[in-house]
Design a protein around this ligand. Sequence first.
Ligand SMILES: C[S@@+](CC[C@H](N)C(=O)[O-])C[C@H]1O[C@@H](n2cnc3c(N)ncnc32)[C@H](O)[C@@H]1O
Length: 296
Amino acid sequence: MMLRRAYYSDDRVQLLTGDALEKISGLAAGSVQTIVTSPPYFGLRDYGHPGQYGQERTLADYVIRLTALFDEARRVLADDGTLWLNLGDAYGPRKQLMGVPWRVAFALQDSGWTLRNSIVWHKPNAMPSNVKDRMGSRHENIFLFSKGSRYFFDLDAVRVPYTGDRKLSRRVHKSANKANTARGVWGLDEAQASRGRNPGDVWSISTRPYPAAHFATFPVDIPERCIKASSRLGDTVLDPCSGSGTTGMAALGLGRRYIGIDIRSEYHELAMDRMALPVSSATHTEESTHGQDPTH
Ligand SMILES: C[S@@+](CC[C@H](N)C(=O)[O-])C[C@H]1O[C@@H](n2cnc3c(N)ncnc32)[C@H](O)[C@@H]1O
């Protein structure tokens, strides 16, 4: 059996320190149900470590590196698994909006991923912008990818309640159905309607400050929704750019297992604190860890 150094390991959590691509290549094929991650954005923040993502010389290099990472990540995903990728855009020379998230999304499509959603994460509490010659930026992208056309997705787990007058919303729903039926389009039935509505692809979720990390962390509501929709109790969730472990917090809170990888071990300390993991003899030990494939 292969022994590997895990920063922390117990029967629910594995925290691995090192380059995401290298560490993922040590995980067993098909061992992860869903990946929820927010890698460093291109040219934005220096995480102070050689080999970090986001500091490539060109955008093309950034896209190539992320594509290589997610190609390897596809190997460790179950056949019915999914990838949720949060990316923000950036402005380049001559005020040019670079379209970074979409360039990465197209590259992942070209390398075999199926793109299922482009979700707009709208940040209602985004910092006021002082730009005078364009609209302020208030959103990021969250892409949902699958390995193929069939994959695990539990919409009922993430339906949101109808707001307002229940009778009225039923009526609206019924009439929408009528129109759909007339057009020969299948619509929701009453029973489904009463379970709540599809959250849609615009998520208005406020950022939440987490001062202990000097980088942006996504609010826990985001990985919670992704994990609920894409995994079952006891499944393994991976974040290859784990940072302060927001994905891990959400995963454990929902009764899933978590594998977090980060190039900086200091961030695992934050993650452990947020996941309320014991700083005990399990930390910093040489272990044989679950979900690893001796052939990799
Ligand atoms: C935007 S932060 C992730 C924040 C995270 N979602 C959270 O809620 O805390 C990106 C993380 O990627 C890590 N990182 C950068 N390059 C990496 C690489 N090559 N391999 C693994 N982790 C890397 C950084 O250290 C940083 O913690």
